[in-house]
Design a protein. Structure first.
Lengths: 428, 293
């Protein structure tokens, strides 16, 4: 045996070993199977659909949906493998996936009745509508409301604020009379977005006429008034510079020192109950606050999921039926963990909330009304304000310097990120 | 005859490594360089020349991230070299059982690498749960954010990487010191060398190549820093460092957020070229491959 044939044998052995282990399990579904991708929280819903529709062939895969656009890109390179129905916790992925060169999301309109589409909360589907087409259905909403400790409010003799001016006054009084108590947690991108999107402050405002334009005007008076209020409250010590999930703020909450807290609708179930461990019968929620001179409130949507269907689906009607069922069916949404975006389902869901003894009173009317107050300036874009907030505003706040001083830098960062994502920035 | 069977045996030993090197080392690099000249969005990849490199050069974050990585390297490389060389020399000066045990102790932190090391250090920086609470409080540090401030980040990452990486290099340099022929050291001692002169004139010059080797590999690795800043950013929910603190993070963002594999490959190729240039510079400057007689 000479060296050359030894090499050939060695190579053959290595290749055989590699082939035998088949490192990539087949993801492509069989011809009439509907491939579903979901996160673990929605898995039971899809399983319930399968159980109630045994004639529909489904293959359900769970995974982390955070990287979903990257996976779609890889499928585009490979030419196969796209899931037919997807639940994602990041509905703004629709902006990337609906682009013509990515071409993943399919229009729901031919497969869903107008009656159903109209049943969703006002403004909840706006972000899904691109160029007149409906590229996603919302699963749930995360509208920000004003959570407050009703018992503590009564004890201190304060009124629940209805406007942001009253909120600031409350903070001033609280800092003077009861130092150590707070009415907010600012050290988190989402937490700051609740304040910034409470008014017509254009950070990521979509332009109706052009899907590749965005309006950014972070130095406008509307944005300035929010930041001025926050700087003042930070200076007084009436808000915490930690985030709502930081250990330091959680400790404040468990000690009962959080008087009020503008935060998402899911905070009640998912943060106050398990983490802040507030006592029963204390927590209540009030409508999102307005600024003086504004006729209607605007509130930030801090999360919420959505369903996509694929342009490559072999059975788009079947895929759409699954998505519609998940978003609207009483069999799933009535017991869903978070506020359903489909309002008829939300009303049924709300019965359990109304009867929940954990809250001081029936908070469902507040959740219901605020569901229609989502800020249209929020938009689903290929970038979010959160990165710029974390990069510019939060470090300034933590270094105890006014956020108002870095608004220019914040504007520059937002514009840079928008342009990097391929948008043209307008200021009108 | 003996030579031929020796060649055959050495071929057999090296071939598996060569296969993996080709498949997982060389081919991805060539593919990335190829991709850096293509536009990969859309159905078909098409050639775009240097467009991706221009886009990379015009990225508003490039200057800041080069500065970040530069600051980090200027803290980490000297500190690590100093610590590693000093400890290796000390260990070599006192051979014996203690030295052997200490070598193992220095090496142990290397077992906790990458993401685990970052998490462990984040716990150590948080006064509420850190075993070093008295020290942190004496330094007036009430919360981890006091340490993880943006100007401190080069030092923070240096600490993490020195802790994890120093042990391995200490063992390597100790091995290099051990390979110095005893006769030379004895001759030096006979000539009246004290410990410090021994280090300065005998030991250090003879292990210079190994130190250069360590510097080349560390520079290449540090220049491509990714795990530590990305994890610190994620673990603090975005409050510390940004998602584009280093060049590799920017490349990652291009690939997986902007779905632009072409520009990501351009950044990676540039990182490779820069590391190669520095490596070649150091090799030729120090006559690295010259075989001493």
């Amino acid at each position: 045996m000479n060296v050359k044939s030894l090499r050939v044998y060695a190579l053959a052995l290595a290749l055989a070993a590699a082939g035998a282990t088949a490192p990539f399990p087949p993801v492509q579904a069989q011809d009439d199977e509907i491939l579903v991708w979901t996160d673990s929280a929605r898995l039971e819903g899809f399983n319930a659909y399968q159980a109630s529709h045994p004639d529909v062939k489904m293959r359900i895969v769970t995974g982390d949906m955070g990287d979903f656009p990257a996976k779609v890109q890889l499928f585009n390179e490979a030419g196969s493998g796209w899931p037919d129905v997807v639940f994602t916790g990041g509905p703004d992925q629709v902006a990337t996936l609906s682009q013509p060169d990515v071409n993943y999301t399919a229009d729901f309109t031919p497969y869903v009745s107008k009656e159903i589409i109209d049943g969703f909360a006002a403004g909840s589907l706006t972000g899904c509508q691109v160029d007149g087409k409906l590229y996603c259905l919302r699963n749930d909403l995360a509208q920000a409301v004003l959570w407050y400790d009703a018992a503590l409010m009564k004890e201190f003799g304060y009124a629940v604020p209805k406007t942001w001016e009253e909120y600031e006054a409350l903070g001033t009084k609280l800092a003077a009379e009861h130092p150590g108590y707070v009415i907010g947690a600012l050290g988190d991108g989402g937490a700051l977005e609740v304040y910034l999107y409470s008014t017509d402050c254009a950070l990521t405002q979509p332009v109706a006429s052009d899907v590749n334009q965005v309006k950014i005007d972070a130095t406008s008076e509307n944005c300035q008034k929010v930041v001025r209020m926050l700087d003042n409250l930070v200076k007084l010590g009436a808000v915490s510079t930690f985030g709502p999930f930081d250990a330091e703020f959680v400790q404040l909450a468990t000690e009962g020192k959080v008087l009020a807290h503008p935060a998402a609708s899911w905070f009640g179930e998912f943060v106050y109950k398990p983490t802040y461990k507030i006592a029963e019968g204390r927590l209540s929620a009030a409508l999102p606050l307005t600024w003086e001179g504004e006729t209607s409130a605007r509130t930030f949507g801090w999360g919420g999921g959505a369903y996509f269907i694929s342009t490559h689906a072999k059975n788009p009607q079947g895929a759409a039926d699954i998505a519609v069922w998940m978003a609207t069916s009483p069999d799933y949404q009535d017991t869903a963990p978070t506020f359903p975006a489909y309002l008829p389902a939300a009303d049924r869901w709300g019965k359990a909330v109304s009867e929940d003894k954990f809250y001081a009173e029936d908070i469902y009317p507040v959740l219901r009304e605020s569901a229609n107050q989502l800020n249209p300036g929020q938009g689903f874009l290929r970038f979010t304000a959160r990165d710029a907030i974390s990069k510019i505003l939060i470090p300034a706040m933590k270094e105890t310097s006014p956020m108002a001083d870095v608004l220019e830098a914040f504007q520059t960062e937002l514009v840079n990120q928008a342009e990097g994502a391929g948008y043209t920035v307008v200021s009108e | 005859m003996l030579n031929r069977s020796k060649n055959r045996a050495s071929f057999l030993f090296v071939t598996p490594y060569l296969i993996f090197l080709a498949a997982f080392g060389i081919f991805p690099v060539v593919y990335a360089v190829f991709l850096s000249f293509m536009n990969t969005r859309g159905k078909v990849d098409f050639f775009v020349g240097f467009e991706n490199y221009v886009r990379m050069a015009n990225d508003y974050r490039l200057g800041q991230s080069l500065l970040n990585v530069g600051r980090f390297l200027s803290v980490w490389l000297p500190a690590m070299t100093l610590i590693v060389v000093t400890l290796a020399l000390l260990l070599h000066a006192r051979p014996g059982r203690v030295s052997g045990v200490l070598r193992m102790i220095y090496y142990l932190p290397g077992a906790v690498t990458g993401t685990s090391a970052v998490l462990m250090w984040l716990f150590m920086f948080e006064p509420r749960i850190s075993p070093f609470k008295p020290i942190l409080e004496a330094l007036n540090i009430q919360t981890a954010y006091n340490i993880l401030r943006v100007p401190n980040l080069p030092f923070v990452f240096s600490i993490m990487l020195i802790f994890a990486g120093a042990g391995g290099w200490i063992v390597v340099l100790y091995g290099a010191l051990n390979s110095i022929p005893n006769e030379i050291i004895e001759a030096a001692l006979v000539d009246g060398c004290d410990s410090w002169s021994l280090v300065r004139f005998i030991k250090l010059p003879l292990i210079t190549k190994n130190i250069v080797f360590m510097l080349i590999l560390s520079f290449a690795g540090g220049f491509q820093l990714f795990v530590e800043p990305a994890l610190v950013h994620k673990a603090t929910l975005g409050a510390v460092a940004s998602g584009d603190w280093t060049l590799n993070q920017i490349a990652y963002g291009y690939a997986f957020t902007r779905l632009d594999f072409g520009t990501a490959s351009a950044i990676s190729t540039m990182l490779l070229l820069l590391s190669l240039v520095i490596a070649l510079f150091m090799i030729f400057r120090t006559n690295f491959y010259q075989i001493d007689v």
